[in-house]
Write a protein that binds this ligand. Structure first.
Ligand SMILES: [Zn+2]
Ligand SMILES: [Zn+2]
Length: 143
């Protein structure tokens, strides 16, 4: 995994929430699970940042989307802010940060659940639902 340092800053649509991180993983994963499809509207992109590198200002609402993770959003405009497993790093969406436009897509998970409109090009690994759930915490009965 390649780690980047510097300053990556973004703001939600209404400007209430600002997130800054000084370290992040310079690679993006895409997830097509049902939770991510509903939350994002199609496919969820994410990259990690360690908790100690992250500063959040503004009023954030969180929702426990599973027994092991929360999703956060701006309480005013609803912008998706992060997905985070308990005790895990932040998983941010690249679209939130102007400086994240060049992060490469390196992996798709739940690739066999992708909607036709969310077909992604490229040579990266495509992990099926069964392959993913064999090794990772997951929500049961997600189609
Ligand atoms: Zn907002
Ligand atoms: Zn997902």
């Amino acid at each position: 995994m390649s780690t980047a340092t510097g300053t990556l800053t973004g703001q939600c649509l209404c400007g209430t929430v600002t997130i800054t991180t000084t370290q992040w993983s310079a690679q993006v994963s895409a997830c097509h699970c049902r939770l991510c499809r509903v939350w994002s509207g199609g496919v969820q992109f994410g990259f990690d940042a360690p908790c100690e590198a992250v500063t959040v200002t503004g009023t954030v609402r969180t929702f426990r989307s599973s027994s092991f993770a929360e999703r956060a959003f701006c309480q005013t405009c609803g912008t998706s802010l992060w997905l985070r497993d308990d005790n895990g790093p932040y998983e941010f969406v690249p679209g939130f940060f102007d400086g994240a436009s060049e992060l490469p897509l390196v992996r798709e998970v739940y690739a066999d659940r992708a909607f036709a409109c969310a077909t992604l090009v490229g040579d990266h690994p495509r992990v099926s639902r069964a392959e993913y759930e064999a090794t990772q915490p997951h929500v049961e009965d997600q189609t």
